[in-house]
Design a protein around this ligand. Structure first.
Ligand code: G4P
Length: 526
């Protein structure tokens, strides 16, 4: 197979949702179709959230399991599918944001009863920043839920994206009869006791009187009315609009009952994009360029203190990766070769001899060689963009609790930040270090890991902050004035960029109106 053929048959995507909408269940059903697993219940990683709120040691134990499910690769109809897993617990949302930079498209799962929830909204913002194509799967049609039209309106307004249904539910809850597959013009019928598609009939004319035979008079009438409304209100599906991230096709089904999932998958492999070009600081890199390039979007540390080891996850952006070939680590300006990179097929890790643009490989890293955002290439000096940091939600001063171990503490903090565990800001006024996280659990993880992996003790001190804003202005004088005025609240992030730590929404608002020529950004990339 040519390089071009290999790359164009790859689909790398993530499934995202608010916890409990059905992401794990859907993932599992997709793996079943791909023959990657043979029994339901094999995907456990997201069950992490179930033990949730406070027991993070338990979470870490399960995270061990989740290395294997970080990337799930399988073949389906000659298409190589790579599903990237994202953490279920929202305290680790930053991991999810970064994973989204490594995918070419996304499936969003929405619960038919709950509609669009907070976490989904946040994740969609990240997709929007990169114009990632999204498909929406409305799950749990076997339960009573919202009116499908209301739900479409809600998706459109809450996720700020145009929608186009490609399948349509026939009733719901107890009376759920199946879906009309608009994309393939088929009627997929559902019998609750069978819990799967019991009959799939080609049906390109829903006005045919045959329809009554399958779903009864009142549902047939409703379906015809609904379809008329759909065709009147929504434009026909436009694949270019989908690919540019402006339009989300919507499917309905029940992941638990394995209903509507195959339809989703069959359509997905047809419309979802193969690896897309990626922007570097220097130029745009297209996937089927001969030369290998890729970037590190995730680092997974093994927490066992006796075997401190990490796996760096590389998204291949162009060309072909080969075992034992020299590649350049751009930040270190050093050639390196990798003899034991792993590919992720099904739930097994296996040593990889070659991998192609779109694939994810894991590189063992025992000595902090990599950090999030690092670029590897065949030699060219490239720097991939698109791994922004977002303003954390919680902040604490980190202080040394053992004066004899200051060095260890510094090293630990630096390495953990390189791994992307949390964000570090150094106050420019007094030099104090501030750690910013999305949730409380991250503070506990950091404290534990500093102690057990670096032999360092830290303590936390409160600081009341609202947001971290990356600031920029073309007006140098105004920028300098601002920095002087806000001296006590200015910090540097890990890359040495200026960050304003606003202690309240009001202060931020005042700053914005007093300094109109300064742009305040809530993410590090703008
Ligand atoms: P998540 O990864 O998005 O957090 O959700 P997950 O798949 O774990 O599903 C959350 C709950 O919703 C699970 O129930 C799951 O069985 C259920 N579920 C998923 N899809 C459907 C569906 O199509 N219909 C219905 N009725 N339920 C669905 P649970 O009781 O929390 O877990 P479990 O004990 O069943 O594993």
């Amino acid at each position: 197979m040519s390089l071009h053929q290999e790359i164009s048959r790859r689909r790398t995507f993530a499934i995202i949702s608010h916890p409990d909408a059905g992401k794990t269940t859907l993932t599992e059903k997709l793996l079943l179709f791909g023959g990657a697993i043979h029994v339901a219940g094999a995907v456990k990683s997201n069950k992490i959230k179930k033990t949730a709120t406070s027991d993070w040691m338990e979470i870490e134990k399960q995270r061990g399991i989740s290395v294997a499910t970080s990337v799930m690769g399988f073949e389906y109809n000659d298409i190589k599918i790579n599903i990237l897993d994202t953490p279920g617990h929202q305290d680790f949302a930053e991991d999810t944001f970064r994973t989204l930079t490594a995918v070419d498209s996304v499936i969003i799962v929405v619960d038919i009863a709950k509609g669009v929830e907070t976490q989904t909204r946040k994740l969609m913002e990240v997709c929007r920043m990169r114009n990632t194509p999204v498909i929406v799967f409305v799950n749990k049609t076997d339960r009573e839920g919202k009116n499908p039209f209301d739900l479409l309106d809600e998706i459109e307004s809450e996720l700020k994206i145009a929608v186009r249904p490609l399948s349509w539910p026939i009733n719901q809850g107890q009376r759920f009869k199946g879906v009309y597959n608009i994309y393939e013009e088929k009627l997929d019928l559902y019998t609750p006791s069978k819990q799967t598609v019991t009959e799939s009939v080609a049906f390109n004319d829903i006005n045919s009187s045959e329809l009554e035979k399958y779903i009864g008079e009142s549902d047939a009438k409703q379906l015809r009315d609904d379809m008329e409304l759909i065709n009147g209100v929504y434009n026909p599906f436009d694949s270019d609009q989908y690919l540019s991230g402006e339009l989300a096709p919507v499917f309905f089904g029940s992941a638990l009952n394995n209903f509507g999932v195959k339809e989703l998958l069959d359509c997905f492999i047809q419309i979802a994009p193969s690896p897309r070009p990626v922007q570097t600081l220097e130029r745009k890199v297209t996937p089927d360029e001969e030369n290998f390039s890729g970037f590190i979007f995730k680092i997974h540390a093994n927490m066992d203190p006796n075997h401190r080891s990490c796996i760096a996850f590389v998204k291949i952006c162009s060309g072909k990766f080969e075992r034992n070939v020299n590649y350049k680590h751009i930040r270190h300006n050093k050639l390196m070769k990798f003899s034991s990179a792993t590919a992720f097929m099904a739930q097994k890790k296996e040593t990889v001899d070659e991998a192609f643009a779109g694939d994810i490989i894991g590189i063992p890293d025992n000595g902090g060689t990599f950090k999030i955002g690092d670029t590897l290439t065949g030699g060219e000096n490239l720097h991939f963009k698109g791994l922004p940091s977002f303003s954390p939600e919680m902040f604490k001063y980190i202080e040394n609790a053992d004066p004899m171990k200051a060095k260890q503490l510094d090293k630990g903090i630096n390495q953990l930040m390189d791994e992307g565990v949390a964000q570090l800001f150094t106050n420019q006024f007094n030099g104090r270090k501030i750690i910013g996280t999305v949730g409380q659990l991250q503070f506990e993880v950091i404290q534990y890991r500093l102690e057990h992996e670096y032999n360092a003790l830290c303590k936390w001190e409160p600081i009341s902050l609202h947001k971290a804003c990356w600031i920029k202005s073309d007006d140098k004088t105004q920028l300098e004035n601002f920095k002087k005025r806000k001296q006590q609240y200015m910090a540097l992030d890990k890359e040495g960029r200026d960050v304003f730590l606003a202690d309240s929404g009001y202060v931020l608002q005042m700053a914005q109106s007093d300094f109109p020529k300064i742009n305040f950004h809530f993410s590090s990339e703008f």
